[in-house]
Design a protein around this ligand. Structure first.
Ligand SMILES: [Fe+2]
Length: 439
């Protein structure tokens, strides 16, 4: 458990040394001063003395960044004790927990055990320690799910960078490379807690190459990036305790730990690509009749259909499409569960005229409808829900992240039967967890 954050950071004067070659690393060095981090963790403090505006303008999705910090800068974010506690108290299965050595995965049977009674898998402490001592690096994915301090880090990154993030913990003794030279599917950040790693970075051999990602598994590039010349890195820097680094998607890298215990947090930011947006749009456009047609045989008809499709796509690609897609993606992410038994089950409020309701979590959800269909679709946490079109206006009325009196939502109902149907509709939304009744 991480204590309330009073992370001691250092900053004062800093200088930039921008090399003549604009593709070179831009270095930021710090001298000392102390800043107490508030309980909320801010991206600004994490990357100081580099400012967030400059990070976005100069580095984000453009080129790598390395910011020096004092050795203790990230120590209270996560510790070896935190790692040991997580490994002891959770049954992490492969590949969430994996070991890698000399660029290849260590066979899970070398360090995982199947429990006799529960049949679950977990790290075998003896095997794990042996492989670790022999030079394997430990990689724990999505560690933020189990650690409140890392959840704060994820919140800070998601808020500053606009898209969902998660944190990977990497630990080792600095005796072998965990991975061979590679590119990642997403933008990667590094917060070095202990030890030093030499990062060799190679500029992209293909601009913004597409690789399947956990959040976007269908992402695909028909012309993959070719390997760079491993002998000629574009940038080399040593990331040591207290340093922050950023590696944009598409930059090749080879990470070589220097001898000694090495512990780092390596968050991934799942920024969607234009292809991800187009792939989503392809499904959404199934509401357009022309997109459901078979391709005609006749050449003139083909031409006519293609013109209509082009018109449909053009009308869909308005600036609003990005914010709509963002709402869709955000709601697809796994949210933190909120369970407060027994009170939440015993005191469950029913939908009634005297109550107010809101979308669960206080946001808004993605809704799809057309003029022909008798139903509309609500996309909620990875599932499609379909409701009768008569309830569409009520749903739109409450789909704004605000709370609404049920009596107000019923104002448009023209009869007692309509009000009863609407109450039943709202009760269904509540039962599915899409809305909550405010106590
Ligand atoms: Fe990587």
């Amino acid at each position: 458990m991480c204590p309330a954050f009073s992370l001691v950071l250092t900053r004062i004067a800093f200088h930039y040394s921008l090399e003549a070659d604009s593709s070179r690393e831009r270095m930021v060095s710090t001298q000392q001063a102390t800043v107490n981090l508030p309980k909320h963790l801010g991206f600004e403090e994490l990357i100081a003395p580099l400012c967030v505006k400059e990070f976005h303008n100069v580095f984000w999705q453009k080129r790598p960044c390395h910011v020096h910090g004092v050795e203790s800068k990230f120590r209270e974010l996560f510790s070896w004790k935190d790692l040991n506690d997580l490994l002891e108290s959770h049954h992490f299965a492969h590949p969430r927990l994996r070991l890698s050595k000399d660029g290849a995965d260590v066979a899970p049977k070398q360090y995982m055990e199947t429990l006799r009674f529960t049949k679950g898998n977990r790290a075998d402490s003896w095997g794990l320690t042996r492989e670790f001592a022999d030079g394997a690096s430990l990689i724990l994915q999505h560690a933020d799910e189990f650690h409140p301090g890392l959840q704060l880090l994820v919140d800070a990154l998601t808020s500053a960078l606009g898209w969902h993030a998660e944190v990977e913990v990497i630990a080792g003794l600095g005796s072998s490379n965990a991975l061979p030279i590679h590119v990642d599917s997403n933008d990667c950040l590094v917060f070095q807690i202990e030890g030093t790693k030499r990062w060799r970075l190679y500029e992209p051999t293909r601009t913004a190459p597409l690789r399947a990602s956990k959040m976007f598994p269908d992402r695909y590039d028909v012309l993959p990036a070719i390997n760079p010349d491993s002998e000629r890195p574009t940038i080399t820097f040593e990331v040591t305790a207290g340093d922050f680094a950023y590696i944009p998607r598409g930059w090749w890298h080879l990470v070589e730990p220097l001898p000694g215990p090495c512990l780092s947090l390596n968050p991934t930011v799942y920024t969607p690509t234009i292809q991800d947006l187009l792939r989503w749009l392809v499904n959404e456009l199934s509401i357009e009749e022309i997109c459901r047609f078979a391709i005609p045989t006749d050449a003139h008809e083909q031409q006519s259909v293609l013109c209509r499709v082009a018109d449909v796509v053009n009308r869909a690609l308005v600036p609003d499409a990005v914010s709509t897609f963002r709402r869709f993606v955000v709601n697809e992410m796994e949210g933190k569960p909120s369970i407060s038994l027994p009170a939440s089950a015993m005191g469950r409020q029913q939908v009634s005229l005297s109550r107010s309701v809101t979308i669960d979590g206080g946001g808004s959800v993605h809704v799809t409808s057309d003029n022909d269909s008798a139903i509309f679709r609500v996309r909620w946490r990875g599932r499609d829900f379909h409701f009768e079109r008569q309830h569409l206006e009520v749903f739109r009325g409450l789909n704004d992240g605000q709370s609404h009196c049920v009596s107000d939502l019923l104002a448009g109902c023209s009869s007692a039967e309509a009000r009863i149907r609407t109450i039943a509709f709202l009760s269904t939304l509540q039962r599915e967890g899409i809305i909550m009744v405010i106590p």
